[in-house]
Design a protein around this ligand. Structure first.
Ligand SMILES: Cc1cc2nc3c(=O)[nH]c(=O)nc-3n(C[C@H](O)[C@H](O)[C@H](O)COP(=O)(O)OP(=O)(O)OC[C@H]3O[C@@H](n4cnc5c(N)ncnc54)[C@H](O)[C@@H]3O)c2cc1C
Length: 383
């Protein structure tokens, strides 16, 4: 066997990669991490200050256990790093009784024993007055264990704890190719070529460029922040305007949450099934924030959440990586067994990042993962 620089390399230290690096280093694995920017940066899928965490994962029933594992690991990361990474606000999923959001979330919560209460519209308006525009025939699922994770801080924390445990981190180092050879895998970087035995590729919107054949597309997604009208400002503290997704009568969903610290604006976005988001080349992403990026949210606010100004205070552009079935790709793609991938977040992956890191760490060292994630098998699109 040729000499190697490390047993395992992790390429891309964003949400999934930073967690994989942390879990590998914690197992005592000789691991090296590469990140083309500085961990916690604003050029991938993991910036903007917050991501919603919930256990009622209507995207796939198999995600409920992954969310539970991830919640435990978020606590562990907080303990190990000494940082506050999770805001336990509770979470609200609201909308029509027969819409696509609440019935699906309720079914998952009941089937998997997720602690959650069904609230009628009057109760929602009483407890969360900023949702004054909720129609009488809408309902909401209240999950007390839901909340917000702080993405940039969480990524930095995972990388720092991993480095303390022995991981070697190459920041600001772009990997241009991953080449499996006869007795090692070559990682070609801007610094030099590294040799490792196995590799985890977690390059987010760039994953498809390093590992072809995964059926991934990068999607440009704006994030917007709105100021509360002065007379309604108290209604938008996180305690009264917790993390939420709200389906409107036109089938679109508003998502967001209130302010955690004084002086912040209220984060809100629109999910419309993807029709207004552009599929892009992540390498040449247009990061300009334009009227078309906020018009859809702004035009819905006066009726849905009237306490907010309808023109945003600011906006930023983010990216997510979509698969045809909107599930992740975790595992070995068809091809070399030494290559494990983690990606295809499809807009709902951050909450699961710590659990995904644990799964990827187990897979790459040949251990049984802590839970079954067959529905995320990257080879499914090749079949
Ligand atoms: C606007 C928005 C809102 C979202 N809201 C939620 C939410 O509320 N809840 C939720 O659970 N999820 C949410 N998501 C999804 C979640 O943010 C993603 O699932 C998650 O951030 C994806 O992480 P990742 O590790 O795949 O990608 P990233 O975090 O982007 O990490 C990929 C990393 O790889 C690096 N990289 C790429 N190419 C190379 C290379 N060649 N060499 C070295 N490094 C490289 C990149 O720089 C980057 O740091 C949201 C996504 C968006 C865009």
């Amino acid at each position: 066997m040729a000499s190697v620089d490390a047993d395992v390399a992790v390429i891309g230290l964003g949400a999934f990669g930073a967690s994989a690096l942390w879990r590998l280093a914690g197992k005592g694995v000789d691991v090296i991490g590469f990140e083309r920017h500085t961990p916690g940066h604003a050029y991938g899928s993991s910036h903007g200050g917050s991501r919603m965490f919930r256990t009622a994962c209507l995207e796939h029933p198999g995600l409920v256990d992954l969310a539970r594992l991830s919640r435990d690991l978020w606590r562990e990361l907080e303990t190990e790093s000494g940082q506050d990474l999770f805001t336990a606000s509770g979470g609200l999923l609201a909308g029509p009784r027969s819409g696509h959001l609440v019935p699906a979330a309720l079914a998952v919560a009941r089937a998997h024993g997720v602690a959650a209460d069904l609230l009628d519209a009057a109760e929602v308006r009483r407890r969360f007055p900023a949702h004054d525009g909720l129609a009488d025939d809408h309902v909401a699922l209240w999950e007390p264990g839901a909340g917000l994770v702080r993405p940039e801080a969480a990524i930095r924390a995972a990388v720092e704890v991993a480095a303390d445990a022995g991981a070697r981190v190459y920041a600001d180092t772009r990997v241009s190719a991953v080449r499996p050879g006869a007795d090692h895998v070559s990682i070609v970087t801007t610094v030099r070529e590294f040799r490792v035995r196995r590799v985890v590729v977690t390059a987010g919107a760039w994953l498809g460029a390093l590992v072809p054949g995964l059926s991934l597309e990068a999607v440009r997604m704006p994030m917007t922040w709105f100021a509360a009208r002065p007379e309604a400002a108290d209604d938008f503290h996180i305690s009264r305007f917790p993390a939420f997704i709200r389906e409107l009568d036109d089938g679109t969903c508003l998502w967001g949450h209130g302010t955690v610290r004084a002086g912040e604006d209220v984060k809100l976005g629109l999910e419309d099934g993807g029709s207004t988001f552009d599929v892009v080349d992540a390498e040449v992403l247009d990061r300009g924030f334009r009227r078309a990026d906020w018009a859809g949210v702004g035009e819905r606010l006066p009726a849905a959440i009237p306490g907010l100004e309808a023109v945003p205070a600011r906006g930023e552009i983010c990216l997510f990586t979509r698969t045809p079935d909107r599930q992740f790709v975790l595992g070995r793609p068809a091809g070399d067994p030494r290559v494990v991938v983690g990606g295809g977040c499809s807009g709902h992956g951050f909450k699961h990042a710590t659990g995904v890191g644990e799964v990827l760490a187990a897979l790459v060292v040949g251990e049984e993962p802590p839970l079954g994630v067959e529905f995320t098998d990257p080879a499914r699109f090749a079949r």
